[in-house]
Design a protein around this ligand. Sequence first.
Ligand SMILES: [Zn+2]
Ligand SMILES: [Zn+2]
Length: 394
Amino acid sequence: MNNEIELSKTEILEDRYSRLKLIPWWNQDRLSNAKIMVVGAGAIGNELIKNLALLGIGEIIVIDMDKIEEANLTRSVLFRKSDIGRFKADVACERAMEINPDVRAIPINANIIDNIGLGVYRRMDVVLGGLDNREARLAINQACYKVNKPWIDGAIEALNGIARVFIPPEGPCYECTMTETDWKLINKRKSCALLTHQEMKEGKIPTTPTSSSIIGGIQIQEMLKLLHGDRNLPILAGKGYVFNGLTHDSYMVEYQRKEDCMSHYTYENIIEKDWSVKSLRLIDMVESVKNDLGDKAIIEFDREIVTNANCTCGYKKEIFLPIHLLKGEDLICPACGKGMQYDSAHSLDGSEDFLDRKFVDIGIPLLHIISGRAGLNTKHYEFTKDFNNVFVNY
Ligand SMILES: [Zn+2]
Ligand SMILES: [Zn+2]
């Protein structure tokens, strides 16, 4: 009798995943070797992270810049009242590792639109979105197409929701699904001068723990099928699963790829360099790229960097930030109170007067990939030395 008890105890200890492995196509090793990024640790993000932890995903990268507020507690299984005021990503990662010590969960308290280097995306197997705004979805979408990684978007509103799977380089992307109304909303927000993060948060969407659980569950199931891509399982590639929570009807939509869509650019040639954004100066890369591609070569950024602002009253100041990180107040002249004009740069040819700056000083994120181009010849250079700063000490 005693022996029997001992035996069953051992079985349970040794095989946490035994019920999962009963699924004929399941390969638990794939899950324990997988790297999955979750963008957004809100209502959907909590469900995604919970499921990834239960499933024993080896590495979970959680990105969110917000702190926990009391109103999050109705939809966030990983958060407690005592967590209020802490970073969502930090707490979500701690809880994920509590649920399952086999997983390694890495929080990044940062803004997805500007602060996550492409090298982070490049090391993922699948990217999962749990977001509430179109700008962030567009940013993830472009990043995933650049480094050729599938991403699965989830969106909820009250009892309803949608989950969509985008697979570069051939499939339709998130931008291909956008309607004129989506663009109008984005442009309206852009034209409201430069919105601060706080201002952006004001468009709050009603959400429930039930719809986030349904949509987050569908996203995870699609991820599981992607991780078992050789098993001939039907995947929601280029499609959306639409769930109506009032009637519990659901249906699929199939998206069309728009050939003139601006988000389909995929980097073919990524070169790992022993560079860090914290130490490399702009001039160092300009010179290296000219050595590589010839004297006419330039560096091209995937973002617009605001270099300085000028006022009609004569006041000038240096800014050096990606335009998205600029706040409205940054462009108010401290001398006279008027709005200032700004200069910006998309590329560098070596003639600029600020090339002594390091990449981190102009808002380039750790482990980013930056392009060098001479005519039609383009190469993409990764700041690979930043790897440990992102994945170990972040
Ligand atoms: Zn597209
Ligand atoms: Zn002024």
